[in-house]
Design a protein around this ligand. Sequence first.
Ligand SMILES: Nc1ncnc2c1ncn2[C@@H]1O[C@H](COP(=O)(O)OP(=O)(O)OP(=O)(O)O)[C@@H](O)[C@H]1O
Length: 271
Amino acid sequence: MSDTTAAPAVPLIHDVPADAILTVEDAAIAFGQVRALKGASMHARRGEVTAIVGDNGAGKSTLIRCISGVHAPDSGRITFDGHEVEFKTPHAARDAGIETVHQNLALVEDLTVWQNLFLNREIVRGVGPLRLLDRRAMRSRADEMVSSLAVNVPAVGSRVRRLSGGQRQAVSICRAAGFASKLIIMDEPTAALGVQETARVEELITRLKSEGHAILLISHNFAQVLRLSDAVWVMRAGRCVAGRRTAQTDGDEIVGLITGARAGDIPVEAA
Ligand SMILES: Nc1ncnc2c1ncn2[C@@H]1O[C@H](COP(=O)(O)OP(=O)(O)OP(=O)(O)O)[C@@H](O)[C@H]1O
């Protein structure tokens, strides 16, 4: 069964469509006494924007940190691109094709756009023990990355500290998209942006989707979620309590699911 809105006939955690690139099943993690995830299950399909929404403290960031190798869940299972995975580090997740655009963007202010694009994945050249950074190759590849995504950044030689919030976000997204990523996770990508910059970043997200990237989007902005996403998962108190095709839901239902005014319908084990 491929429709997340349908009631499961058997007590599976949830039904997973054949084109899922990511599946999280029953992920749990505690930080001391705090059970941040209590058996969260969700999936994301290839070539779609999948949104995760929920109130503050619902577990959204923790869930994406488990997917992106920042935290190892205490229990549960994550399947990515057809394989069960246990990422020990963000680097391992990146190697598998999962890129994350964090809220703090992780850019170095005093470095240029191209240096940030290649941070920790520099191109080196040389023979034998003599290894040199290939600045020319990185600059030219950076130019290609920026122009292929048509992102609104000035020359790749500009220092990040001179860029606007939207331009920084674009650099960060460009970095995530530029390295053959299969899944791009974005945590509140427009929270700090103005109206026009938000529109540009949303265009960029739509373009990445049309190029085949799967995108996992955390956003508190319901209008944005309804505009951009194909599917939406609602988290409450450490669980994904409902999954919907976005076209089949609306803001009222989502708010009700977030607050608990509407019961969730994904079966979960007892607390
Ligand atoms: N490293 C940590 N140590 C202790 N508690 C944590 C840690 N990370 C998250 N938590 C707790 O886990 C719960 C879920 O937090 P999380 O940040 O995942 O929620 P969220 O849905 O992303 O919230 P927000 O929308 O406010 O960012 C919260 O109670 C939070 O305080």
